[in-house]
Design a protein around this ligand. Structure first.
Ligand code: HAM
Length: 428
């Protein structure tokens, strides 16, 4: 039986995996520099965590979750996002104020799962990296996570991304805005798409999120949430903007930005790469001051973001910002006779134990064929053990770049190669 990867998923092959590891390392080092500790939560959680956390009327919970019953009849769901699991772990392990800032600062990186219609930049298994600050209600925390995302992208050479910013206010301002939206949209709802007509009853804010051009046209003149937020939420938002101005983070206020989760309060934001097409958001986040309580913890503020690794890598590739990494080994060991393969295997092990990347063919082949392979895989040096070398207890070291070669005593090889490679590293 021949089978293929499920729709919306992909295999990461060795050359690409090198790039992923490179970018993951950059992400981890920037997060650590900002004082965030890594957290790894399970890939699946009890379904009610997402139902309560993300919201029953959101697209994710209504249509996109991979939910199944386990053998004990409990409903479990592959995590569609990282915020609710982090909040669950925060409550479960009582991680209050663990970062030395009076709050808890965590980061994560890993696969998420949503059963969406796959298209460019949208997968069913995708990877997010993100941060959450739990236990800080002040606007500096909002500014910190936005600045962190922008700094991280800058560190990767991405300076021309757009930051879209909005405030959804507290539940009280939201209630008033919800009412205003309902009145505005109910006046003529027949032109809205079927989903929006349903959303209108249950969660009218979601209508602003609809990508249907007709719904977008009908909501062009919709009341702005900025006119409904209370003085306290307004002051919070203004302070976030002032912090961002102070550190030179440019943003545009986008009063239609509502985001697809019910947990948001006050600040929401997205970071956009317009060149990505329909799926242009590489990062999304915001404040969620009621989520910890909703998940059974004590009243605790929260704010954070998550960014899609696939979309980030596509952006880096588009802009030519990916390094040229390859699986090319430093050394390819050529043995011309089965007789020396045990000793040759020992030499390869000695080199590998010294940290020198060494490849040995599992099968003995002709010199010509093995040299061709060494060339093809881009080895920097070839070690040749032929009859003459074997008799003289020596090894030929050939530098592939300029085809120069020398013979070295068998026991000296690790030392000589180690020196040569260190010299090369100094020069490049
Ligand atoms: P989100 O906007 O759903 O937010 O996802 C964040 C990012 O994940 C998106 O901007 C996008 O780059 C990437 N992403 C989402 N869905 C897909 C997909 N199907 N394929 C590829 N990439 C995707 C959240 O998940 C919130 N938990 C963010 C957050 C953290 N808010 C507060 N803290």
């Amino acid at each position: 039986m021949k089978t293929t990867v499920p729709r919306g998923t992909f295999d990461l092959l060795p050359d690409d995996a090198l790039l992923w590891a490179w970018v993951e390392e950059k992400i981890r080092s920037v997060f650590r520099a900002y004082g965030y500790g890594e957290i790894r939560t399970p890939i699946f959680e009890h379904t009610e965590l997402f139902q309560r956390g993300i919201g029953e009327t959101t697209d994710i919970v209504e249509k996109e979750m991979y939910t199944m019953l386990d053998k004990g009849g409990r409903s479990i769901t592959l995590r569609p996002e990282g915020t609710a699991p982090v909040v669950r772990a925060f409550i479960e392990h009582k991680l209050f104020a663990t970062s030395g800032t009076g709050a808890c600062k965590l980061f994560y990186l890993g696969p998420m799962f949503r059963q969406e219609r796959p298209q460019a930049g949208r997968f069913r298994q995708f990877h997010q990296f993100g941060v959450e600050i739990l236990g800080e209600e002040g606007p500096m925390a909002d500014a910190e996570v936005i600045t962190l995302a922008v700094d991280l992208y800058k560190e990767l050479g991405l300076c021309d991304l757009e930051v879209h910013l909005n405030s959804l206010g507290c539940p009280e301002c939201r209630g008033k805005y919800r009412q205003a939206l309902l009145e505005y949209l109910s006046a003529d709802s027949s032109g809205l798409c079927k989903s929006c007509q349903r959303r209108l009853e249950r969660n009218p804010l979601r209508v602003l999120d609809c990508k249907n051009p007709k719904c977008q046209e009908l909501t062009k003149e919709i009341p702005s949430i900025q006119d409904y937020i209370c003085p306290e939420c307004h002051a919070h938002f203004s302070k976030v903007c002032r912090y961002l101005d102070e550190v030179g983070v440019e943003y545009q206020i986008d009063s239609r930005l509502v985001r697809g989760f019910d947990y948001y309060t006050k600040t929401v934001f997205e970071i956009i790469n317009q060149d990505l097409g329909a799926q242009s958001a590489i990062c999304g986040g915001g404040r969620y001051d009621g989520l910890v309580e909703e998940c059974g913890g004590p009243p605790t503020s929260g704010v954070g973001f998550a960014s899609g690794l696939e979309r980030l890598l596509t952006t880096l590739e588009q802009k030519g910002n990916l390094p040229a990494l390859s699986m090319a080994p430093q050394v390819y060991l050529v043995m011309l006779n089965e007789e020396y393969s045990t000793a040759g295997y020992g030499l390869a092990a000695a080199l590998r134990r010294q940290g020198i990347q060494t490849i040995v063919s599992f099968k003995v082949k002709s010199l010509k064929s093995q040299m061709k392979t060494a060339d093809k895989i881009g080895a920097a040096y070839t070690l040749i053990i032929g009859e003459e070398e074997w008799q003289n207890k020596k090894v030929t070291i050939r530098k592939m770049f300029d085809s120069t070669q020398c013979q070295v005593e068998w026991a000296q090889v690790p030392q000589v190669l180690g020196r040569e490679l260190a010299e090369e590293r100094r020069r490049f």
